[in-house]
Design a protein around this ligand. Sequence first.
Ligand code: PMP
Length: 401
Amino acid sequence: MTAQRDYAALVERGLKLDLTRGKPSPRQLDLSNDMLRLPTSYRAADGTDGRNYGNLQGLPELRELFAPLVQVPADQLVVGGNASLALMHDTIVHALLTPLPGAARRWVEEPKVTFLCPVPGYDRHFTICERFGITMVPVPMDAHGPDMDVVERLVASDAGVKGMWCVPKYSNPSGIVYSDETVRRLATMPAAAPDFRIFWDNAYAVHHLTDTPAELADVLALSAAQGNADRVFVYASTSKVTLAGAGVSFFGSSPANVEWFLRNTAKQSIGPDKLNQLRHVEFLRDGAGVAAHMRRHAELIGPKFELVDKILTEQLGGLATWTSPKGGYFISLEVPHAAEVVARAKAAGIALTPAGATHPYGDDPADRTIRIAPTYPELDELEQAINGLAVCVRLVAEERG
Ligand code: PMP
């Protein structure tokens, strides 16, 4: 009965709160306001005129700055526009239309193209697959990453398995970091398809919430050492380092894959926005500059993650489980009847990412996972939203018994 009374009071308040997307808050964006006055010079280190066409791969000084952070040698790194998602999308388009190194044919000529999708995962990865009719096979994850027994079996036995999505560090939405053993097995496992590729979306490579950053094994180096040099496509961006709408993105891979990628990209563009690349180099300077900047982000969003954890602990102990990430942008909440909880929250003015969005085709068979994105709202709004969400979980638990 208490939950019903609390829920009625919640609806009465007429809240209008949004926890749907992992966006940086305005105060986080303010951290990069000095960029709006950069670059002070349009000349790159080698004299390139940043205002003009050219340099498809991106300026060497920016590639060198980010190479160690994303674990890709600078000469195997490509700088893209403001969205790494566009790089992922376009890599798949290229693979559909132009054979990958080692491929027998283009993916459009394959009877069926399948991607493995560790769950819970990132809904926009799944949307790309849906757009191109790529069959998605969910693979369960635990605290160390995807279930590697399942992955190894599927990748070794089915030449139609061409891809696998991975968010290896501070994963979206669970926040887990792939263990060294998981990364080693991904790099070394036999694959039936010579054009099998791991889409290594390292979106949260430097997005630590604590002073003890998680270490991730170097998947590109491990794959190359095992004779699987072409296996991995690495992606990253500064969307959540500098400006979400005006950052730079990165694609990294083997020399053969980079050549293939640039050959295809050359049909799309005569060169990227090098002024934005110069702006990033001037603003971030070096690895220490990036680390200092990310600490300022952590100071702003760390308390938000702590608040969510505190409220859930106080209100939902025994009724739900959730993750306590050491980095990234999300918390994954596991509750019975997730879809109903989300619907109840919506009716009370609290917008959450749709239940099921963390799974391919929007289908979470256990109906358990809710993605919480705590970064955008300020603390008082976040407190109201999570308290409200907790009421909804208790209500559904009470009603369903
Ligand atoms: N990958 C993951 C795992 C993400 O969580 C996000 C942002 N939510 C993106 C990619 C999007 O990155 P970008 O802004 O570079 O397109």
